[in-house]
Design a protein around this ligand. Structure first.
Ligand SMILES: [Zn+2]
Length: 501
């Protein structure tokens, strides 16, 4: 196992937790070590590794500036897994009061082969209430030779009484750059050759967990050999997106127009599926918006994006605007053209101020021949023939249908050519359906999805309202028609390729 082989053996080698190791080193050097520590943080960020280094340091006969020597008999015994006085317990499988009582009964005995007994309780939040109570008593009066290191990924599930008895350290997600640097080091030592992009993809996929990153590196090289190409890395990771999606999302949030346009062009030039790429950028921004709004349990899709979103100049309105602008990019009639993405990115960065006038004007008058600020490329180009401008409602409905199809194919079909937008301003989206069957199905099974996707497109929360309307009375909102593709689009067709290609 690569991870076991490259597990840090000294505080120096622990990646991305400088605040923890510095404090521990100082405590060890000055002999002011606490009897109970609580290590909290996401999985794979080095809690157990740091605990074992601390266990060695507490027992080391030749401690050097707070670091264990890893050579004395105590260090060797722990490194080789044969030290009787390092007691590691997984609270997930030993969670009952009896397990903790057994621990309590034995803790009073002097250590047998080390200087002190070190109890490492992993996933401590899994203990039962009775076990916590028993543990609390032990933590209140530990014998001088006993030390506790409790570790948890779910700090909020650990009782406050326990937390208050411990010195707590919060382990952070490891930044992508630090993971890449560590992976680069391991790869060099192992004779692997991977591109920076490949290593970054692994780092992104591991979401700040170094252990997961190293495991992924191992999986990739096990499958494709020691010199996998970037594409092979992405394939092994099952990643449908390119790391540039994260860079582009960051560039948008940084309002770095030059960088964002360069990334958009690069993505197009390298033959990516631009629609999928754009969806990934949107999903990253959506997640950022969600985090910035105070939502989102668990791990963000990207720490870099989440951090930027939280501190973005312009706050939530800017984030919502950016998501909405990206969501407008339409690639269906010209999948290889970078123009829709470039326009969307520029509109997102230039900010609500630049686009503020246009939506209000558009809302006042539907049908809308063309939004004042809408660049011409937003309208689908039908191979140069009969360039038809679609109404804002139609564009919205098409986008909505496309997005809903991705979540639920049946829902996409129900929205296909059987309804139209009656109202989409304010906090209500009213859809008129020609058939009660379609309406009832959307209402019953699709409301949440429609509301979520519509909110994403519009950049504000909307509630769905439905009404049945007669088809023949449906107003033709189109300024002009007649072209075959227009007619097909109006009836819900999705073009599969560019005309003439
Ligand atoms: Zn030692």
């Amino acid at each position: 196992m690569l991870y076991g082989k490259w597990r840090p053996r000294s505080f120096d080698e622990v990646v991305g937790q400088d605040h923890v190791v510095q404090t521990l080193r100082n405590a060890l050097a000055t002999g002011q070590v606490a009897h109970a520590y609580l290590f909290a943080g996401p999985r794979g960020t080095g809690k157990t590794t740091t605990a074992r280094i601390l266990a060695r340091a507490l027992n080391c006969e030749e401690l050097k500036a707070g670091d264990p020597c890893n050579r004395c008999p105590s260090c060797r015994a722990i490194l080789e897994g044969r030290a009787l006085d390092l007691i590691e317990m997984d609270a997930a499988s030993n969670r009952g009061i009896d397990d903790i009582r057994e621990l309590r009964d034995k803790i009073a005995y002097s250590p047998s082969d080390l200087r002190c007994k070190v109890y490492l309780l992993d996933e401590v939040h899994m203990l039962t209430q009775g076990a916590f109570n028993a543990l609390l008593k032990t933590l209140e009066e530990p014998p001088p030779h006993a030390f506790f290191i409790l570790a948890t990924t779910e700090l909020h599930q650990v009782p406050a009484t326990i937390v208050s008895r411990c010195q707590r350290f919060d382990f952070h997600r490891v930044p992508n750059e630090a993971i890449v640097a560590r992976l680069r080091y391991i790869a060099d030592q192992e004779g692997f050759a991977l591109s920076d992009q490949g290593l970054l993809a692994i780092a992104i996929q591991s979401r700040g967990g170094l252990r997961d990153a190293i495991t992924l590196l191992e999986q990739v090289t096990a499958r494709f050999g020691p010199t996998p190409s970037t594409d092979e890395v992405l394939e092994a990771l099952g990643m449908v997106y390119d790391p540039r999606a994260e860079e582009l999302a960051c560039a948008v949030l940084d309002r770095d127009l030059a960088k964002a346009l360069t990334l958009s062009r690069d993505a197009a030039a390298s033959g990516l599926d631009l629609a999928a790429f754009t969806r990934e950028v949107i999903d990253l921004l959506r997640d950022g918006l969600w985090r910035a709004a105070g939502g989102g349990e668990g791990e963000p899709r990207s720490m870099a994006v989440a951090d930027r979103a939280r501190s973005a100049e312009g706050g939530l309105p800017f984030l919502a605007h950016a998501v909405a602008e990206l969501a407008r990019a339409d690639f269906r009639l010209d999948p290889a053209s970078p123009v829709p993405l470039e326009v969307a990115v520029a509109s997102a960065i230039l900010g609500p101020a630049a686009a503020a006038v246009a939506p209000a004007a558009a809302a006042a008058a539907a049908p809308t021949p063309a939004r004042q600020s809408a660049p011409p490329s937003r309208a689908p180009r039908a191979g140069g023939a009969g360039q038809a401008e679609t109404s804002r409602e139609e564009r919205f409905l098409r986008e909505l249908r496309q997005r809903c199809s991705m979540v639920n194919v049946k829902l996409g079909a129900l929205l296909n050519g059987s309804c139209e937008v009656l109202a989409m301003d304010g906090d209500e989206l009213e859809l008129g359906f020609y058939h009660s069957f379609h309406m009832e199905n959307v209402e019953r099974d699709g409301r949440a999805i429609v509301e979520e996707q519509a909110s994403n497109i519009l950049g504000r929360p909307v509630r769905l309202k439905v009404r049945q309307i007669p088809r023949q009375n449906a107003p033709d909102r189109r300024p002009r028609g007649g072209h075959l593709i227009d007619a097909a689009l109006r009836h819900g067709a999705t073009p599969v390729r560019k005309e003439g290609s």
